[in-house]
Design a protein around this ligand. Structure first.
Ligand SMILES: Cc1ncc(COP(=O)(O)O)c(C=O)c1O
Length: 346
């Protein structure tokens, strides 16, 4: 019995949480490939990873931070993740708004104005030559002695990394992915508030590690009241009676930029999108479910804890939203990157 269970787990793990195995379906291995040294650009638009660190330009082999940086020592900092489509940054203002809000929430002042951050970010993308890419902003408390006292770190450090985008494999969209509800509870808002996009990611890392051990593509987290909140690196939606429902920010979760975008896309494609407190049984009995994030767009969920959701295949509402999502993201690239929106308030 134990052996059968172990071998099932091994085989699920090998599938990387995808609904069925395929030749290129090992998304876990794909992700680890990002840890390998950068290769030189081989095709137009492939570009070269480019890093801006406190005013200077580096490549991925030369960019280093101090072992006294409080981001490393304590996870004391905030970050952002932004998508580049067709060489244009998607919704930069919205991401920078969340970055500066996150910094404000941890009593940290980003040491450069927002418009300067935007200008340097645009320059980093231009220098990289990357057209389908990902930008990571990191602002740490800075370099200082081994103490929590912020007076030891008078100047926060700012890092901007531009690198190629790594998409989930096409099978994730075609067949959907497996998820599990993890035992790790989402941070209580009175600890490190999940609304802050914080570098202190132990909660998410442990939850994702549990999901990976259980052979899933993503882990879904409950809050301390038992309500569903979000996944470890994405937001959660279910579809019931044709409407897409997502937990409210008061359940304690990150105000995802793509979660917010789904409200706009819903209007474009005629799908009602609203917030609702969700519990396990809402997910188990949903017609469809999907997760959203900057790098994954909208990925259909077809199982949770080995229970099939709906028909066990990506549903029509999810597909409509994903198509609308992509249409708008790519239109943005062809119209010069004008797509912007403010975040929904809680
Ligand atoms: C915990 C968590 N929730 C949701 C998201 C999705 O946010 P966004 O749509 O802005 O990428 C992320 C992204 O990293 C995340 O880490």
């Amino acid at each position: 019995m134990m052996c059968a269970l172990q071998s099932r787990r091994r085989s699920l793990r090998h599938q990387g949480g995808l609904a069925a195995a395929g030749p290129s379906s090992d998304y876990i291995l794909d992700m680890s490939a990002t840890l390998q040294p950068a290769k030189q650009a081989s095709a137009p638009g492939a570009g070269v990873p480019t890093i801006w660190l406190d005013g200077k330009w580096y490549d991925r082999d030369t960019a280093t931070v101090s072992v006294y940086d409080h981001g490393l020592l304590y996870g004391d900092g905030v970050f952002e993740g932004i998508r580049i489509y067709g060489g244009k940054i998607f919704r930069l203002a919205e991401h920078l708004e969340r970055l500066y809000d996150s910094a404000h929430a941890i009593w940290m002042t980003v040491p450069m104005p927002r418009d300067e951050m935007a200008t340097v970010t645009e320059e980093a993308v231009r220098r990289s030559g990357i057209t389908e890419g990902y930008i990571r902003h990191i602002v740490t408390r800075g370099v200082g002695d081994l103490t929590y006292d912020p007076q030891a770190t008078p100047k926060p450090s700012v890092v901007i990394i531009v690198k190629p985008q790594i998409d989930p494999p096409p099978e994730a969209y075609e067949r959907g992915v497996r998820t599990v509800i993890v035992d790790i509870v989402r941070n209580h808002p009175g600890t490190v508030n999940p609304m802050i996009k914080s570098n202190n990611l132990m909660n998410s890392a442990l939850a994702m590690q549990e999901a990976l051990r259980r052979g899933a593509f993503e882990g879904i987290m409950r809050n301390y009241r038992g309500e569903l909140t979000e996944c470890t690196t994405s937001n959660l939606f279910i579809v019931r009676n044709g409407a897409a429902l997502t937990p409210p920010l008061t359940s304690g979760l990150l105000p995802g930029t793509r979660r917010d975008f789904i409200f706009d896309v819903g209007k474009d494609v005629g799908v009602e999108v609203r917030e609702e407190v969700l519990r396990d049984e809402d997910l188990f009995s949903a017609d469809e479910a999907f997760l959203t994030s900057t790098t994954r767009e909208a990925v259909p969920i077809v199982t949770v804890d080995d229970r099939t959701i709906g028909t066990g295949t990506p549903g029509p509402v999810t597909k409509r939203l994903l198509e609308g999502f992509r249409r708008r993201a790519h239109a943005n690239a062809s119209t010069g990157g004008q797509e912007q929106n403010r975040l929904r308030s809680p």
